[in-house]
Design a protein. Structure first.
Length: 100
């Protein structure tokens, strides 16, 4: 299925040492805001292997770039930036297309 409408993204997250549970708790909170901006969390998985792998991988969709921008600038999400900095060491975010 091609990404004809909207914006689909993949997010790779690495926790700071000893903060895997903190990363998960932070993500629980901010991902709960996505539906309020018209988005959907398609899939969220946690790594069970190598420490070099991301601790969490997420796929989500938004109907438009502006709805994603609205999520990014949500004051409730921004208010958690100190928590994010405490638990997340690295993030990679990139657009994707679905193949099937």
């Amino acid at each position: 299925m091609s990404n004809i409408n909207g914006l689909s993204l993949c997010c790779l997250l690495w926790a700071r040492d000893g903060e895997a549970a903190g990363l998960q708790a932070y993500e629980d909170r901010v991902l709960a805001l996505i539906p309020e901006h018209g988005g959907q969390v398609v899939q969220r998985v946690q790594s069970i292997s190598d420490a070099a792998a991301p601790g969490e991988v997420q796929i989500f969709r938004f109907p438009s770039q502006s709805s994603f921008d609205s999520y990014l600038s949500d004051p409730r999400r921004l208010a958690l930036s100190e928590e994010r900095d405490r638990v997340v060491s690295r993030t990679e975010l990139f657009p994707i297309d679905f193949l099937a």
